[in-house]
Design a protein around this ligand. Structure first.
Ligand SMILES: NC(=O)c1ccc[n+]([C@@H]2O[C@H](COP(=O)([O-])OP(=O)(O)OC[C@H]3O[C@@H](n4cnc5c(N)ncnc54)[C@H](OP(=O)(O)O)[C@@H]3O)[C@@H](O)[C@H]2O)c1
Length: 338
């Protein structure tokens, strides 16, 4: 099969295209999926360059990576083969995958969870093998490219809104609102009856309002000038971070899943305790989150936001466009035209 291998931590040349890489076989309880589309995420870049390193030298977010690895978490495809214990009727089923693979013996032990494309091979290839339980059948009338746009970004957005317990009528400030997580967070917050305000570049503001933001503000602007927020949904961090906390009402909730603007921020503890704020970190989602996401897609509650598509062999071009951030939504590899 074709596969884009990550051979080491490094720049784009650490990704090496192979035209005849061994096709995976399904182990017990697994399915092998023919990949029709796979979206690009910051984790692909962060993992490649070793951004997640925190004092150690492995550069991954958990166990050191075992190179070569095939990246790509957000897969839509068709089940091509099933392993022992998986009903044969699943062959031919169109699926999207929950990228969080949990330990079958201890599914609640988050330390044992792995991510597709990081701890196990992902969708930058014609085929991948995942536990059958991670492959969710989907019948929505969307293209494979559209369906591949959801998993990581919309799954994270949904997880953040659920963890922060966003209620109808609440004002929700969303950073990175033109990006993958942010654009889906805007849609979902609106669908849940909340009042989303998006922080984004002014050139992208009209699209962010189309997704459902009642208002947008420039990322350089001060959110404390607006009416206080109940919740801040943050994937940016960076120099403006402390203004997000100051923009919350007393008892407000701050939930974070990313730090694309800079991971080291300054916290005045008085802001936190004098205002009874709640800080929430979000990464590994409960399995119920992906099941709910699939249901929201099927019910057309959330719509795909695809900015561009590339062929598998064009991963370099796709990732260059991705890091330049002059787009709104997701960039997706389209493998169906193989
Ligand atoms: N914890 C998890 O499970 C999880 C899951 C998904 C993503 N993440 C993380 O969340 C962050 C956002 O992910 P995403 O997929 O939504 O990203 P994305 O699609 O690349 O969008 C990020 C947005 O952030 C804005 N931004 C603000 N400051 C920026 C800066 N200094 N550099 C670049 N962009 C900046 C940009 O919008 P404007 O140009 O409009 O300002 C951009 O559209 C990343 O750090 C990612 O690694 C974490």
């Amino acid at each position: 099969m074709r596969a884009m291998l990550l051979t080491r931590h490094g720049e784009l040349d650490a990704l090496v295209f192979e035209s005849a890489w061994p096709t995976p076989q399904p182990g017990p309880g697994e399915v092998v999926i023919r990949v029709d589309a796979c979206a690009i995420n910051n984790t692909d870049i962060n993992t490649r360059v070793g951004w997640y390193a925190q004092g150690d030298d492995n550069g991954a977010w958990g166990e050191p990576l075992r190179f070569p690895i095939i990246q790509g978490a957000d897969v839509c495809g068709v089940i091509a083969a099933v392993g022992e214990g998986v009903p044969h009727e699943r062959v031919g089923e169109r699926v999207v995958i929950d990228p969080w693979v949990r330990d079958p013996v201890a599914p609640d032990d988050l330390d044992r969870a792995g991510y597709v494309g990081s701890e196990l091979n992902g969708g930058y290839a014609d085929y991948l093998a995942v536990p059958a339980i991670n492959a969710y059948g989907i019948s929505a009338r969307l293209s494979a490219v559209q369906l591949a746009s959801f998993a990581t970004s919309a799954g994270t957005a949904l997880d953040m809104l659920r963890r922060a317990k966003v209620e109808p009528g609440e004002r929700v400030l969303i950073t990175g609102a033109s990006g993958g997580v942010g654009s889906y967070a805007v849609q979902l917050a609106r669908a849940f009856g909340a009042i989303p305000v998006g922080v984004c570049d002014p050139s992208k503001a009209s699209l962010v309002r189309e997704f459902g933001a009642v208002e947008t503000i420039d990322r350089a602007a001060d959110p404390t000038a607006l009416e206080p927020f109940d919740v801040a949904v943050d994937v940016v961090g960076g120099p403006q971070w402390s203004s997000l906390l100051l923009a919350l009402r007393r008892g407000g909730r701050y939930v974070v899943a990313g730090a694309i603007g800079g991971p080291i921020v300054e916290l005045d503890l008085r802001t936190l305790y004098l205002n009874d704020l709640v800080l929430i970190g979000a990464t590994i989602t409960e399995p119920t989150v992906f099941a709910e996401l699939v249901e929201l897609i099927e019910r057309d509650v959330i719509k795909p936001v695809v900015a561009a598509t590339f062929a598998l062999e064009q991963v370099y071009d796709a990732q260059r466009m991705f890091v330049e951030k002059q787009f709104v939504g997701k960039i997706v590899l389209d493998l169906a035209g193989r």
